[in-house]
Write a protein that binds this ligand. Sequence first.
Ligand code: FES
Length: 291
Amino acid sequence: MSGVDDIIRKKKFLAEGNVYLPHIAVIEKVIEETPAVKTFHFNFKDEKLREEFTFESGQFGEYSVMGFGEAPFCISSSPTRRDHFEVAMQAVGKVTRALHQLGVGSEIGFRGPYGNSFPLDFLKGKNLVFVGGGIGLAPLRSLIWNVIDNRDEYGRVNIVYGARSSADLCFKYDLDAWEKDDSIDIVSAIDREDGVWTGKIGLVPNVLGEVAPAADNAVAIVCGPPIMIRFTFPALEKLGFTPEQMITTLEKRMKCGIGKCGRCNIGNLYVCRDGPVFTYSQIKDFVSSEH
Ligand code: FES
């Protein structure tokens, strides 16, 4: 194992104290991203914790609703913006459906942050190519805002983002902001005509091929549905990106979040313990069969 793989493997942060003890977080704002996805803005009830809480882009937390259980999701806001933290989630299971019922002022449990994070030291000075699909933009946007807030430390920024339809595009307010940012090249697309969208049509890997960002001194950071990830890596390889120049984050089948339950393994790796951030070189043997 070498270079960036080593950096990613070693960057782990576990919450101190009782790892199963959730802290009370209060919902400050709810944004309806799509009919099925909501973003929640949280702050801790405890003032001291509010001030002391830190995390890194790419890390995740466990969110619990009393009586419904808990579920892991990446923190979708940037640690450079500390007045609250955000998570975007799709209502697909018991916990997320219960969370979607909650409004401003409701209390939930949060434990974390867990997992490793995007390797900022490795990314500094490089051109960054973000490739996202649907709600997969959530972890990427934490890093994108982090990069924007430290813009001088990074090279060119390309963003290729897509969703099934215009109704499925998440974080439209971010897409608008990035469109207006002269230091960022962004292309948003939807998979097929929906009678509303007037922008680019095409699948993310194909759009990426058309944008054709140079691989020289670049790193691609990819997150989206498994099918998108599976076709994006070969598209990047075609552009000259090596497996060490491709990074992704996986939230696969995680439950406990701290390496105890054994639910999240891909090959010999645990997503929660060894990730969720991996280079393609770390996971390429498993991606075609499991993702
Ligand atoms: S989520 Fe329990 S071991 Fe990874």
